[in-house]
Design a protein around this ligand. Structure first.
Ligand SMILES: NC(=O)c1ccc[n+]([C@@H]2O[C@H](COP(=O)([O-])OP(=O)(O)OC[C@H]3O[C@@H](n4cnc5c(N)ncnc54)[C@H](OP(=O)(O)O)[C@@H]3O)[C@@H](O)[C@H]2O)c1
Length: 275
């Protein structure tokens, strides 16, 4: 699979698996573990979770799924802003490591900006890195001015933000900024919400042209630009393989122009959308 180079030289695969909402319903946990394992079997190695997802139970689902095959996985999790103080970040990381059943997190993100000064969270991240508990750190829901406000020389390895055809404001300045500074973007909610992307007639027509599915078109669109990876979530076994198929789908100029007509690109700076 194509990959995006991280600042530290490691590769971030362009398509991973999100796990928001996994672990919320105990009756579904065994199926969710199987979905994550199926993803690994198929070669999807980038897994995204967060301490707040299902109050830690999403991390437990991931931990159960990767037991015995940790080496295959590029593991991403996030500290909540309410825990992002110097000591709070270290404590939160140690709790995540326990739930994930691992000794190291590949990429540890600040979930969104809260009240703690970013410099303090970064100091905690650097401590965790020096102790070998995380391999790299990054941020989520940061706009260009938030990135610019980080201390000079900060080793931010990624920015995870909302990105799908309905929410493409980041194309105006955040994507160019991140590309210029070699900060990979992780596109979250790439399939959109409430069917407004997948049920769109244009997306459906492009899918028909390629013998693909609307989800594959939306995902291929989200990773068409250099420096962007995507982390669709599914808890449905059959959809894991379907979504993986997007990594092989290349949209044509005509497809992209059709999507631009259906979902116009931003003409000016928009404030960062988040969910
Ligand atoms: N950093 C942040 O603030 C932030 C915010 C939101 C999300 N995220 C991360 O990004 C991941 C993805 O975002 P998301 O979960 O919000 O949304 P998403 O991946 O865009 O969409 C997930 C929804 O789409 C459905 N789906 C998946 N594959 C499909 C397919 N092939 N055809 C039709 N429907 C399909 C899923 O249903 P089933 O599960 O039933 O298949 C689920 O309801 C999250 O899981 C999380 O890891 C991060």
């Amino acid at each position: 699979m194509r990959a995006v180079r991280l600042p530290d030289g490691r590769d971030l695969p362009v398509l991973g698996l999100g796990t928001w909402k996994m672990g919320e319903d105990r009756a579904r946990v065994a199926d969710e573990v199987r979905v994550v394992q199926r993803a690994l079997d198929l070669g999807i190695t980038l897994l995204d979770t967060a301490e707040i997802y299902a109050s830690g139970r999403s991390e437990q689902v991931v931990g159960e799924a990767i037991a015995g095959r940790r080496d295959q996985v590029f593991l991403v999790t996030k500290v909540a802003p309410s825990n992002a103080s110097r000591r709070g970040t270290v404590r939160a990381c140690e709790a995540s490591l326990k739930r994930l059943g691992t000794e190291v997190i590949d990429l540890y993100l600040l979930h969104w900006i809260g009240g703690t000064p970013i410099g303090e969270t970064i100091e905690a991240f650097e401590t965790l890195k020096a102790e070998g508990k995380i391999r790299a750190w990054g941020v989520s829901n940061f706009d260009t001015d938030d990135l610019e406000a980080m201390p000079a020389g900060a080793q931010c390895a990624a920015n995870q933000v909302l990105y799908n055809p309905r929410s493409r404001g980041i194309e105006h300045s955040l994507i160019p900024y991140c590309q210029a500074h070699a900060i990979p973007i992780m596109a979250y909610t790439p399939l959109g919400q409430s069917g407004q992307v997948l049920d769109n007639a244009t997306i459906g027509e492009i899918a028909r042209r390629h013998g693909a599915t609307p989800a594959q078109v939306a995902l291929a669109w989200s990773i068409r630009n250099p420096g962007v990876v995507t982390i669709p979530k599914t808890a449905t076994l059959a959809r894991v393989e379907e979504n993986l198929g997007a990594a092989e789908l290349t949209l044509t100029e005509a497809d992209l122009a059709d999507i631009d007509r259906a979902f116009p690109p931003p003409r000016s700076k928009r404030s960062l959308e988040m969910i």
